[in-house]
Every structure is written in C-alpha cells, then in structure tokens.
Design a binder for this molecule. Structure first.
Ligand SMILES: [Zn+2]
Length: 379
C-alpha cells in the first residue's frame, strides 16, 4: 500500500494528477480503510487517466489488480460527458451519494438507528458464521487532522475554536471533550510517564475484581483462549439460544449432540462430550471428578485454582483450553462439517498445556511435580 501511496503522491506533486479542490491544501490524494481505498482527484479526464495509469504501474509492480467490478466512481459538479468518459476509462460503475461503507452512509451528521441497520445485519452474519472479516478503520491520522484543521477549523487551533452549527456531529463531540482532556493532562508534570496505560488507568471505570478473574488472566494465559473463556463466563458467546433470543430463526439444537438446546451451560458443562474431556483432564492431574452444574463448577475452580503451583497452572491452562477447543469444535461442526472426537480434543489440550509450560522453572525434586511433568509431557 505504501508503494501505491507514493506513486499517487508523486503523480500529484508533479501535477500529473490535479488535486480534488477540497484536498489541495493538505495534498490529500487517497485514504485507506483496511483493504479499501478511496482515491480523490479533480474531475477531469486527464487526472483520471493518470490515476488509472498509476494503478496499472502498481499492478505491474505488485501483481495486485484493482477489481473494477467492485469499484465505484463518485463525482459531484462534473459534466455528464466527462463522467461518461471517466466511466469508460476506469470501467467503474457510477456510485451515488452518500458513499456507504459496510452499508452505513459516510456522512458528517449523527447517524440514526436506521442508518446502522445494514451494519447490524453484517454483525449478525458475522455472529452466525463465527468467522468472517471484521473491519478496522485505518486513517492516516496526520493527514486527517491537517484536513480537519485546514477545511473545518479554517486554520484556528483546535483548543481555541468555538463550536459552529456547520461543524460535523463528530467534530462537535470532539470539541465538547476538550475540558475532559484538559483536566486529564492539565497537571501532568512528567510527560514521559504519559503512556496509553496511564491514560487508560485515569479514564477507566474502576470496579471490584470479579471472583473468577484469576482463572482467566494469569501469567501463562493464552490471550485468544482467555478471551473465549472470559466470554463463556460472561455468557457472551453467540450460542444458538442467545441468537434465538436476539430474534433469529434457528432450530437451536446443539451441533455436538443434535439433541438439546445449545446454551452456555449445556455446551460448556452439561453435555457428556465436554464433561468427558474435563474428567480426563482431572484424572491426569489425579483429581476425582464430580458432576456439578456450571455455576458450582465455576465456584469449585475459583476456590481450588489458587496459588502458583504447577498443578494450578496446569489446571487453569487446561480449563481455558477446554472452553476454547469446545467452542472451536462447535464452530467446526456448524460451519465446516468436520468433527473431532473427545479423545482428540483432550490430546490437543494436553499437548497445548505441555508446550506452554515447557521451559518454565519447575521444582522436579517434588514428586507431585515430577509426576505431573510425566503425565503432561512437560520436558
Ligand atoms: Zn449438545
């Protein structure tokens, strides 16, 4: 993307591409949104031809070709003849304002609930599929701030400008936050101490730690597994029962057993599949298995998974891995049509736990630790 960016900027600097009238003062030729690209130029055929030429050069250099079928041309105040020629030259179809991104209009006013509907639908699709691409907006922040300063604030400093009705909703919101930001940074003595963690600690809403915090976040935790475990405990994973409660029309049947409703308790505690794997984990740790409901299981773990012993580290890692692999298995069966046995998943967990703990300092003079190392393949 940097190469394309430079090619466009060089072409504009050499006046081969004329700037869009609202982009000239900040020399803006394009913006990137993850893998989406917006190119701005003056509405004349020669500028558009050069843009097409630059895209061609970029294709020769990278083998990445723009998909004309997925690209759109937006124009305002351009004569119909020029617009028709631009369409022929680019092969792009003509888009209509407002520009939409993931179905949501890119406008300066506050978006209404109706505007967000296509995005909500996208999120629902994302939740059903379990996999999918999520979007992440990547703004060229320095360019954007100079654009706002030049065209919205007309050169006045952000801290001094008075809010005006013609400012966008977002800009008005940002201006309202000036006092909060001034309070936050007004008394800073050591600017070297101002890191993102410092800001987060100042701004965040501090509450009591939840009793199960140490089960999810511990020194050896694996972030992707801890996040799934965290969502399980909070009951935030989109199980079928949750999706039905959100208004989706589904059969609600668990993909692991095809017999009962798929909710958090069933999937992660009650069903024989998961309790069988948990029994194997406990047996490998020489701990007797008890059949408990989800809430009692969690209470048991909260009380017993304390301290820094090897056994506790293994149990915590095995527990978050179990929740992670069960959710993964559910998604595999639901969306990929493939499945693994409970024994396979237990072996995955055993390998994962062993690899994670390998290399940690362990007192092997302790017979319990020595046996655990043998049983969990810890070197
Ligand atoms: Zn089931």
């Amino acid at each position: 993307m940097n190469v394309l960016s430079r090619l466009l900027n060089v072409a504009a600097r050499n006046s081969l591409i004329r700037f869009h009238p609202k982009c000239k003062r900040v020399s803006l030729t394009h913006l990137c949104f993850a893998d989406d690209l917006l190119i701005f130029c003056h509405g004349d055929v020669s500028s558009i031809l050069v843009v097409v030429g630059v895209l061609g050069v970029f294709y020769e250099l990278s083998s990445l070709q723009l998909n004309a079928g997925k690209s759109e041309l937006f124009a305002c105040g351009v004569h119909d003849d020029i617009l028709s020629r631009a369409q022929v030259v680019t092969g792009f179809k003509l888009g209509s304002f407002p520009v939409r991104y993931l179905g949501v209009p890119l406008v300066t006013r506050k978006l209404t609930a109706k505007d967000y509907l296509p995005l909500v639908d996208n999120i629902r699709v994302f939740q059903i599929s379990g996999v999918g691409s999520w979007f992440f907006l990547m703004w060229s922040s320095s360019r954007l701030s100079s654009f706002v300063k030049e065209y919205a604030l007309k050169g006045t400093a952000f801290w001094e400008v008075s809010p005006k009705p013609q400012f966008s909703w977002t800009l008005r919101k940002l201006l309202k936050l000036r006092n909060t930001v001034a309070d936050l940074f007004g008394n800073v003595v050591d600017w070297n101490a101002v890191k993102s963690k410092w800001v987060w600690e100042k701004l965040r809403d501090k509450r009591e730690k939840v009793r199960w915090e140490h089960l999810i976040w511990f020194p050896l935790h694996v972030p992707r597994m801890s996040i799934v475990a965290w969502m399980v405990v909070l009951n935030r994973l989109p199980t079928k029962v949750k999706l039905i409660n959100m208004g989706m029309k589904l059969d609600g049947l668990c993909d692991l057993c095809n017999a009962e409703l798929e909710d958090k308790d069933h999937l992660f505690n009650d069903y024989g599949f998961v309790s069988g794997i948990w029994r194997s984990i406990l047996q490998t740790c020489k701990i007797p298995h008890m059949i408990l409901c989800w809430s009692d299981s969690l209470d048991w773990a909260v009380v017993n998974f304390r301290g820094k012993s090897l056994l506790v580290s293994i149990l915590k890692l095995a527990w978050i891995s179990l929740l992670y692999f069960v959710w993964e298995e559910r998604n595999f069966r639901c969306f990929r049509g493939c499945s693994r046995s409970a024994d396979n998943i237990f072996e995955c967990i055993r390998r994962y736990v062993g690899d994670r703990i390998n290399g940690c300092s362990i007192n092997k003079a302790d017979s319990v630790n020595l046996q655990l190392c043998l049983d969990w393949n810890i070197g």
